[in-house]
Design a protein around this ligand. Structure first.
Ligand code: FES
Length: 413
C-alpha cells in the first residue's frame, strides 16, 4: 500500500538531484574551473547522499517501507562518518594540528651528492639524506629551504622528478650581487658537503586548466619545467622562455628537443630586442604561469587578469604601508614569551633579538620561509606570496615584512 505523500523529503530529493548534476558538471569542467570551485562542489556529494537517503526513506511514497528506511539509515550514517573523517583527517587539518609552518621549517641534514654546471653562473645540486630515508612527496612549484653552513637560508625550486623519493635536485643561479647564499654554493658546495634542508613548501601550485601559457625568465624556468613535465601529453600549453643570453639559460637544448612545437626560447643575444609581452599575451585565454625577475612579473601582472594569473616573484612586489608602523606586543603561545616590537624594527627582527627561533630566508616577504600561524590578533600583510587556501585556513603571516593591526598578536611560536 502506498504511504502518505510528504513534501519535505520529496523536496530534499529534488535538491539532491540538482546537487548531483552540479557535481557531475563540475567533473566535466574540472580542467576549466578554479580548483577550489570544483573541490567545493565535490564535497557537496556528501550532502547529496544525505539528502537522497532522507528522500528514499521518508518521502512517503511506495518506497517508504522499513527495508528502504534501513538502507536509507545505513546511507545516512555512512555519509556522515565519511564527511567527518574527511573533515577531521584532511591533509590541511593534519598540517594545522600536527605541525606548524615553523616546525616544518626545522632542517634535516642532507648530503650534496653531485654538483653539475647547468649554464653560465648556474649549477645544479643533487641532495640526498645520509640515512637513505624517503623524501616527502612534492608537487611542481615546490621549494625546500636550504640551510647553508655559513648561517644563511635560501629557497630554491625543485627541478627534478617528483616521483624520485631518494633525494632532491635544485638549480642555483649566482646573480652579480649575491647576498651570500648562491655565492657560498658556487664557491664551496662539493659532493660530500652536508647542508640542512627543510620543507618543501609550495606557493606556486599548478591548478587544473585546459590551456597553459608558461612565461619563464632566467632561473624562473626551474619550477616551470617541472610543471610542464607533469602535464598529460594531450594538454595544450606553450612556453616562452626569456633570458639575456642562451649560454646563461638552463635546459634550453632539452626543452627544444622534447617539445619543439611548444617551446620558444627568446634569448636577447639572439633576438637583439626585448620581448614584447603585450603582443605575446594579447588574445590568449590560457592560464598564465609566470616566474622571473620583477621587471617581467610586474609587466605580466598588468596584462593578465588575476583569475588567470599565477606569479612567483624573485623579489618583493612594492607594497607601501598606508600609515607609519606602530609598536605592538607579541605573545609566543608555545613558550609564553612576550616580545615588544618597536616601530623601527620588523617583527622578525624583534623575535630574533629576543632569541625566539624563527627560520627565515629572503627577509623580503617573497620566499615564505618565516611563515608563522597567528592564533589571535589581526596581522597586517605586506608579503608578496600568493596565499593558498591552506595558509588562509592556518591564518599564516610572514614576520619579516608583516606587522600587526592590533596592539597584541599571539603567534604559534
Ligand atoms: S623570510 Fe622569506 S618570506 Fe619571510
Amino acid at each position: 500500500m502506498a504511504a502518505d505523500y510528504r513534501p519535505w523529503p520529496v523536496a530534499l530529493g529534488i535538491v539532491a538531484f540538482y546537487l548531483l548534476l552540479a557535481v557531475y558538471g563540475s567533473s566535466l569542467l574540472r580542467t576549466r574551473l578554479p580548483r577550489r570551485w570544483w573541490k567545493a562542489l565535490h564535497y557537496g556529494s556528501y550532502g547529496a547522499v544525505v539528502l537522497v537517503s532522507f528522500h528514499a526513506g521518508w518521502s512517503g511514497t511506495d518506497v517508504g517501507t522499513w527495508g528502504y528506511r534501513l538502507v536509507a539509515f545505513v546511507l545516512l550514517v555512512s555519509a556522515t562518518v565519511a564527511a567527518l573523517v574527511r573533515t577531521l583527517f584532511s591533509p590541511g587539518r593534519r598540517v594545522t594540528e600536527a605541525s606548524t609552518p615553523q616546525s616544518r621549517a626545522m632542517p634535516q641534514p642532507m648530503t650534496i651528492t653531485a654538483v653539475h654546471p647547468l649554464a653560465a653562473d648556474t649549477v645544479g645540486l643533487d641532495l640526498a639524506p645520509p640515512d637513505g630515508t624517503s623524501m616527502p612527496v612534492w608537487q611542481p612549484g615546490a621549494h625546500p629551504t636550504v640551510h647553508l653552513p655559513n648561517g644563511l637560508q635560501r629557497r630554491y625550486s625543485l627541478c627534478g622528478d617528483p616521483a624520485e623519493r631518494t633525494g632532491y635536485r635544485i638549480a642555483v643561479h649566482r646573480p652579480p650581487h649575491s647576498r651570500g647564499g648562491s655565492a657560498w654554493v658556487h664557491e664551496h658546495a662539493v659532493p660530500g658537503t652536508v647542508v640542512g634542508v627543510s620543507g618543501p613548501d609550495n606557493h606556486f601550485c599548478l591548478e587544473p586548466a585546459g590551456d597553459y601559457l608558461f612565461l619563464a625568465g632566467g632561473i624562473g624556468i626551474t619550477p616551470i619545467k617541472t610543471m610542464i613535465e607533469s602535464l598529460p601529453a594531450h594538454r595544450s600549453w606553450r612556453l616562452i622562455y626569456i633570458g639575456r643570453s642562451r649560454n646563461a639559460m638552463v635546459f634550453c637544448d632539452e626543452l627544444e628537443q622534447r617539445w619543439p612545437e611548444q617551446v620558444s626560447i627568446l634569448a636577447r643575444d639572439e633576438t637583439g630586442t626585448r620581448p614584447d609581452l603585450t603582443r605575446i599575451l594579447t588574445g590568449t585565454t590560457a592560464m598564465v604561469y609566470c616566474c622571473g625577475p620583477a621587471s617581467m612579473t610586474d609587466e605580466v601582472t598588468t596584462l593578465v587578469p588575476p583569475a588567470r594569473l599565477h606569479v612567483e616573484h624573485f623579489t618583493a612586489a612594492p607594497i607601501t604601508p598606508t600609515a607609519r608602523p606602530r609598536p605592538f606586543e607579541v605573545v609566543c603561545a608555545r613558550s609564553g614569551r612576550h616580545v615588544q616590537v618597536t616601530e623601527d624594527e620588523s617583527l622578525l627582527e624583534a623575535l630574533e633579538h629576543a632569541h625566539v627561533p624563527v627560520v627565515a630566508s629572503c627577509r623580503e616577504g617573497v620566499c615564505g620561509a618565516c611563515a608563522v600561524r597567528v592564533i589571535s590578533g589581526h596581522a597586517e600583510h605586506f608579503d608578496s606570496i600568493p596565499h593558498t587556501r591552506e595558509q588562509d585556513e592556518q591564518n599564516v603571516m610572514y614576520p619579516c615584512v608583516s606587522r600587526s593591526r592590533s596592539p597584541l598578536l599571539t603567534l604559534d611560536l
